[in-house]
Ligand binder design. Structure first.
Ligand code: KG4
Ligand code: ZN
Length: 341
């Protein structure tokens, strides 16, 4: 490989954030522009796919232009485009993908499709420029909860996943139940600060035939049952205690499986990624667990945990140097599996 710096323009539009970034050599972020639709979807208590697609169409060109401008670049400086092609909302994904294809065609540069979850994992390469595989990574977002063994750049093995709700989804559903609104994760975290995590013993589900798998729907039901029970008895509930006790149960499940994986695979590096990874209480628990296990702990800043395009640029770079290119037939795949091409 020559020593020329590789400039990647990355585009992300899988859910409710329209994002573009310019990343050099997979690690240096020149710009990371995120246009969020959260205030719009908040009106409906969650993401409305049709509205998300329309807003992406309105914003995508502006966001790309802003990313180039902030990076002090033009399209002539760009070596390749990395774009999320799954998993995600199909209409939302298609907007970013179409924009990427159009630019690649016009400028005659390579198109590289990126898996959204691989992007989340690669956010750790940006945050920690010395981090190299192998390591184990816990990806916790609104749609996914995966414990992943990162064997090499672009080489992933799924150790465990959720059997029902994703961790972020559980945060969002419980927040809605106790009247905190959308998105639930940050609101539960805030509310939990005023509460007692030991107040209510919510169950931490274990999956009998999957030591690294998760299940959060039972926990969500336990919270709802607790609320209904109190209501029927005419008792008032303490929302802060519910938030703190629920959050503790989620964190116990996540740290427990992570600790088992660290033991089993004798790894010396552990990372977290995804929207829920910006939860400060989760980070502290993971940090303590890693100290106890004698492994190095990595986590991206919140701006790199949330959906963003810089992480897609980091993932695309390692695909680029491995020689992988996509054709015009690259399609949006809503349920794209991790680690498969
Ligand atoms: O990765 P992300 O931005 O989008 C997806 O790919 O899903 O994750 C969004 C999820 C939402 O469910 C949100 O409630 C959750 O991450 N989240 C949090 C926190 N911040 C965002 N969950 C717990 N604590 C937080 N501080
Ligand atoms: Zn995400």
């Amino acid at each position: 490989m020559s020593n020329k710096d590789i400039y990647i323009l990355a585009i992300e539009s899988s859910c409710d954030e329209t994002a573009a970034a310019v990343v050099v050599n997979g690690r240096k972020v020149l710009s990371n522009v995120i246009s969020t639709q959260i205030p719009l979807h908040t009106l409906y208590g969650g993401v409305v796919p049709e509205i998300a697609s329309r807003k992406h169409i309105e914003r995508v060109n502006q966001v790309i232009e802003e990313a180039l401008k902030e990076a002090n670049c033009t399209l002539d400086d760009i070596d390749a485009i990395g774009v999320t092609y799954g998993p995600g909302l199909v209409g939302a994904l298609l907007v970013g993908l179409s924009a990427a294809k159009a630019i690649c065609f016009a400028k005659d540069i390579p198109l590289i499709g990126v898996h959204h979850i691989e992007g989340h994992i690669c956010a750790n390469y940006i945050q920690n420029v010395d981090l190299e595989p192998p390591f184990v990574c816990l990806v916790v977002s609104g749609g996914h909860t995966h414990l992943v063994r990162v064997k090499d750049y672009g080489e992933y093995e799924i150790l465990g996943r959720t059997r029902d709700d994703a961790a972020g989804e559980a945060f969002d559903k419980v927040a809605r139940a106790i009247g905190l609104g959308y998105p639930g994760g940050p609101k539960i975290e805030q509310k939990a600060k005023e509460g007692d995590p030991e107040a209510i013993a919510f169950p931490v589900a274990k999956v009998a035939d999957g030591p690294y798998d998760f299940s959060f729907s039972g926990l969500k039901s336990a919270v709802l049952n607790y609320m209904n029970g109190a209501q029927m008895k005419g008792e008032t509930v303490n929302e802060a205690d519910i938030a703190a006790s629920f959050q503790k149960a989620v964190i116990e499940a996540l740290t427990g499986n992570a600790r088992r994986a660290i033991h089993e695979f004798e790894c010396d590096k552990f990372a977290i990624a995804g929207g829920v990874a910006s939860n400060g209480t989760l980070r502290e628990a993971m940090e303590t667990m890693c100290q106890e296990e004698g492994v190095e702990f990595y986590h991206p800043d919140p701006i790199l945990c949330t959906d963003n395009a810089a992480m897609i640029g980091a993932a695309a770079y390692y695909e680029y140097v491995a020689g992988r290119r996509d054709g015009w037939d690259l399609n949006a795949i809503p349920n794209l599996p991790l680690g498969q091409r």
